[in-house]
Design a protein around this ligand. Structure first.
Ligand code: IPM
Ligand code: MN
Length: 383
């Protein structure tokens, strides 16, 4: 018997509840038609209101309650509050977005996967038509690095103020994220072979491989972690002779993402560098409106992974029914695939949702449509 998978849905702020609404409609349809072993519960914790009422952006025991679930589906976080009302204080991003980082850390979601594939119908920002071949997976180290939140401010506000912000890189987290990158490269090569469209990548010694991992650092200036990343990468690469390897400095990587993004396959980057690269990668593959993201804990099935689109809460268009739910729906598809690692029906439901969203995009990408129209179209394609 398959165990029922349980999802915690946190719609969050801004456009979050609207795009989540479309995700829930799709989940309902899939569950009913395919008899999925799937349940969900919604936690309505809009950060601004919660903060006003309780002085916190989410309940004290939020992480304890979320821990019991198999996955978290998150809409978007971030709400500066209504600027029109001077009596309501603004909630800075560093506070309203904190739950995101607390979940990533608290549930050891050490992988952040951000695929960037320019699908038919998606907006093509690059003029070069080879952009149609953009298909990369950026893997962001999600547990440490520049995001450890250690440091402080000494003598704040004074001319003698000192601010420190520490970066921490451990051998353990470095090795596991690099190994994850190589495994994904192999998997992608296998899938491409099954679908009959192989890609080729040259190695430095002139061999041809069907997948590639590019590691990103800034080792010419930040040499301590840069050197550790490089050494770990070279050692682990020996276990994967079938995968081509490549290194880019992060600034050059930005340039090459624009110049020749179709040359990348899997990219592994640190937390902050991966954050920056994935906004760029999102635009290269159609923009924030279509970019999915997920935060995974691949080795502890007792802790939930978290699925959220790369985009933010877009407070400027919140509540108007105008937000594009495409990224949220792609993210939901990825969640079902993840939950379906041991349940074929869930896996197939994830694939079906992905195909439905991609087919809607191919037919209607570029049209001005509201949230519900896009949701209706995707629902209609879930046969
Ligand atoms: C993201 C976001 C977050 C991050 C912010 C909101 C803290 O930019 O998910 O990419 O930097 O990780
Ligand atoms: Mn970001």
């Amino acid at each position: 018997m398959t165990t029922r998978q349980r999802i915690a849905i946190t719609p969050g702020d801004g456009i979050g509840p609207e795009v989540i609404g479309e995700a829930v409609r799709c989940l309902e349809a899939l569950r009913e038609r395919r008899q999925l072993a799937l349940d969900w519960e919604t936690f309505d914790w809009p950060s601004h209101r919660w903060h006003e009422q309780h002085g916190e952006v989410m309940p004290d025991d939020a992480l304890d309650r979320l821990r019991a679930f198999d996955a978290i589906l998150l809409g978007a976080l971030g709400d500066p509050g209504p600027t029109s009302n001077p009596n309501r204080h603004l909630l800075p991003d560093s506070i309203s977005l904190a739950p995101l980082l607390q979940m990533r850390k608290g549930f050891d979601q050490w992988v952040c996967e951000r695929p960037a594939r320019l699908l038919p119908g998606a907006r093509q920002y690059l003029a070069d038509d080879r952009a149609k071949d953009i298909d990369m997976l950026v893997i962001r180290e999600n547990s440490e690095g520049e995001y450890v939140g250690q440091g402080g401010r000494l003598r704040p506000g004074s001319q003698d103020e000192v601010a420190t912000q520490m970066e921490v890189f451990t051998r353990r987290a470095t090795e596991r994220i690099i190994r994850y990158g190589f495994e994904q490269a192999r998997l992608r090569a296998r899938r491409r072979a099954e679908e009959g469209h192989t890609r080729t990548f040259e190695t430095l010694d002139g061999r041809t491989c069907e997948s590639q991992v590019c590691i990103v650092t800034k080792r010419n200036a930040l040499r301590y972690w840069g050197d550790m990343y490089t050494e770990a990468f070279e050692t682990i690469a020996k276990e994967y002779p079938d995968v081509a390897t490549h290194h880019e400095l992060v600034d050059a990587a930005c340039m090459k993402f624009v110049q020749a993004p179709w040359a990348f396959d899997v990219v592994v980057a640190s937390n902050l560098q991966g954050d920056i690269l994935t906004d760029l990668a999102a635009v290269l593959s159609g923009g924030m409106g279509v970019a999915p993201s997920c935060n995974l804990n691949p080795d502890n099935p007792d802790l939930p992974s978290m699925f959220e689109p790369t985009h933010g809460s877009a407070p400027d268009i919140a509540g108007e029914g105008l937000a594009d739910p495409t990224a949220m729906l792609f993210t939901t598809a990825r969640m079902l695939q993840w939950l379906g690692r041991e349940d074929r029906a869930l896996l197939q439901a994830g694939d079906a949702l992905y195909d439905a969203v991609a087919s809607d995009l191919a037919d209607h990408g570029g049209e001005r449509r509201d949230t519900k129209t896009i949701g209706d179209s995707v629902l209609g394609r879930l046969e």
